[in-house]
Design a protein around this ligand. Structure first.
Ligand SMILES: [Zn+2]
Length: 387
């Protein structure tokens, strides 16, 4: 079966599919894969504090191989916002001046079209490959992400469906296809700390405990502490202070409390727990320090994701070679950017993210270059050939 990646991209964009249940887009892909002899399951999950989502699992493994490469992605898109502000209807998939416009072009329906097209072309050329090819498509990555990829992976493990390698089609390039692939991500954790001292007159500081002084000391210690010098694939971890507040009672009053918020982006030499331990230790030492007896602190934190690195031992070099062959450019193996479903997949398989340019993702007039969609399809095909 031959599928034009541009035509397929347009077909997918023309089915609006916000996060959650969208039978149409998932069925559409299922029908294509089923007619190419993939064995398909539509997995519906609901509950756990979130809405119902349908997901697609498909696999082609004629030799029952141990080695299986998956293509993973999401069909859901973020809202188009003000429709009238778009140059073209966001669901018309209009091509103008070599650009395909529409919600979900960059993020990430064109990538789904590209890997579907590439997989089918590869199978047409190699009827009996010595590895399996799978698809893990969710319609919930942009919103809650509760009933999507994580649950499909769990289902796969429980039902004995193997996955050894995975390509995620999220947009990975800052401005041009071929610049960047991703092999991991930094972790992120946000903190809030509230220091309670003792209110008093600025003229009689001996009768008060100034929480602002304590807070400044604490933040200075935290900010000056070098978390690490960076690791092979990661920049140094970094702490940024995002707010400092206190009751503004007047020029002659020492306030009772002072608060601050800060965020830490950390690499693979830390975990959220090791960062929490470090911050707690700094709080203990500073708040209980000389002259501050009686002051207390409250610390809260929220981890948005652990750092991870998918060891680039087998798949990543193949991806780099494929990109080089198609674009002439050597892509950087990066760990920058926000989170994606790769954070779930890395627990099961070597995962590499490679997709289009992320510049217009989630924006009005989101687009992808037609020539780059063609390059991405060729790159996925090249990866399968090299696998
Ligand atoms: Zn995305």
């Amino acid at each position: 079966m031959k599928l034009d990646p541009i035509k397929l991209s347009q077909d997918l964009i023309r089915i609006p599919s916000y996060s959650g249940f969208n039978a149409e887009v998932i069925e559409f892909l299922k029908n294509i894969l089923q007619s190419a002899n993939f064995s398909c399951d539509i997995l519906e999950y609901d509950g756990d504090g979130s809405y119902k989502v349908n997901n697609l699992h498909a696999v082609f493994n004629p030799q029952n191989s141990e080695k299986i490469i998956y293509f993973a992605g999401h069909t859901d898109v973020v809202n188009e916002g003000e429709k009238a502000a778009w140059k073209h209807d966001p669901y018309s998939a209009t091509i103008e001046d070599g650009k395909l416009y529409g919600r979900g072009t960059a993020d990430m329906k064109c990538a789904i079209a590209c890997f579907t097209s590439a997989a089918l072309k590869f199978i047409a050329e190699n009827k009996n490959p010595n590895f399996g090819i799978g698809f893990l498509i969710t319609n919930d990555e942009e919103a809650d992400g509760v009933n999507g990829t994580a649950k499909v992976l769990d289902w796969m493990q429980k039902s004995g469906k193997k996955i050894t390698h995975c390509l995620v089609g999220e947009p990975t390039n800052p401005s041009k296809f071929g610049e960047m692939i991703k092999i991991g991500r930094r972790g992120s954790i946000g903190f809030k700390v509230k220091i309670t001292g003792r209110q008093g007159h600025v003229a009689y500081p001996q009768n008060a405990i100034n929480p602002i002084t304590i807070l400044i000391n604490l933040l200075k210690i935290l900010k000056d502490h070098k978390l690490d010098a960076g690791t092979k694939f990661f920049d140094p971890s970094n702490l940024e202070i995002t707010s400092i507040t206190s009751q503004n009672l007047g020029g002659n009053v020492i306030p009772n409390t002072a608060e601050a918020a800060f965020n830490v982006r950390f690499n693979d030499s830390h975990s959220s727990q090791s960062i929490i331990d470090l911050v707690k230790y700094a709080c203990e030492k500073t708040v209980g320090g000389i002259g501050f007896v009686g002051a207390t602190y409250e610390l809260t934190h929220r981890t948005s994701g652990e750092s991870f690195l998918s060891d680039p031992k087998f798949l990543a070099p193949i991806v780099v070679d494929a990109v080089k062959k198609i674009t002439g450019q050597t892509p950087e193996m990066s760990t920058t950017g926000g989170t994606s479903d790769a954070r779930f997949i890395k627990n099961y398989a070597e995962v590499v993210e490679i997709g289009l340019v992320n510049q217009t993702a989630h924006q009005i007039d989101e687009f992808s270059e037609v020539s780059e969609i063609e390059q991405l399809q060729k790159t996925y095909l090249e990866i399968l050939r090299g696998f």
